[in-house]
Design a protein around this ligand. Sequence first.
Ligand code: UTP
Length: 325
Amino acid sequence: MSRMIVPHTTPTPDSDGAPRATRTVRKAVVPAAGLGTRFLPATKATPKEMLPVVDKPAIQYVVEEAAAAGLDDVLMITGRHKRAIEDHFDNAFELEQALTAKGDTVRLDAVRDPARLGDIHHIRQGDPLGLGHAVLCARHHVGDQPFAVLLGDDLIDPRETLLSRMLEVRDQYGGSVVALMEVPPEQIHLYGCAAVEPSGEDGVVRVTGLVEKPSRENAPSRYAVIGRYVLDPAVFGVLERTPPGRGGEIQLTDALQELATGGTVHGVVFDGLRYDTGDRADYLRTVVRLACARDDLGPEFVAWLKEFVAGLEEDGGQERNRLAA
Ligand code: UTP
């Protein structure tokens, strides 16, 4: 199967402010070193990023999203017990041989696809000291270039184009760009939250401050930061001196707060489909939604689902109880 990558270009000013040759945003960083405690015991020996969403692990959708936006150099931040991620994006010699011998080209492609998504690199975080620390681990690989960060358990529906829009906004304004979603006030304590001002452009805001998991009372807005970022390399210098914050972790939000104070952070407001597959209920919703959207499985699955839901409605949830018994 061939894959077309359209590199995304970011013009950057020279030190004297004059336009310089265009620079390419090619690199994506995928933090996947977290412990996944919300999904135990499934995540005791299996990385949460490897939990299947229909028939692909969650992290494959994330890398496919990066590739679709033209980012063909992907650095995974992994850790102990995350070998399955490395194996998934590698060749699988025996499996490929067996499928070749059978002439099963469809499954052969499915096995080969993950390794073809780009140049995939891995680095270990050591100890999971927080998302900010995970991003800092990418410093040498990324160098002095803007780069994207896609959280390995956070899925944006494959039909959306959020990341490409964020890369355009980085082109336009420079600095860093975060993805924001409006959430109900009672959920804001689960997210980083942004204080914002209008930018004059529809769907784009200036971020004036950021706070990690604020209480409902202290939240500056209902804009939650979700797991997509386009970051200026200036973030590394800030992260290096960012002390542990909420939960004793080095928080990316705290570093972005400093950059926001300097007026260099914008937000793209997203109102599409996004799933946190590290959360059990959201994981279930993800599987159902994406299964329904599949050409091969969808029609049969939707028919069954309708029947199942009708059954639940008729007997007031008794079927659920019967099955659980
Ligand atoms: P989460 O907070 O969702 O991950 O971090 P977690 O700590 O694994 O989750 P729970 O609460 O225990 O279930 C968001 C992303 O940042 C990565 C995670 O793998 C996830 O993709 N992360 C988090 C790291 O890579 N390193 C860390 O130290 C922390």
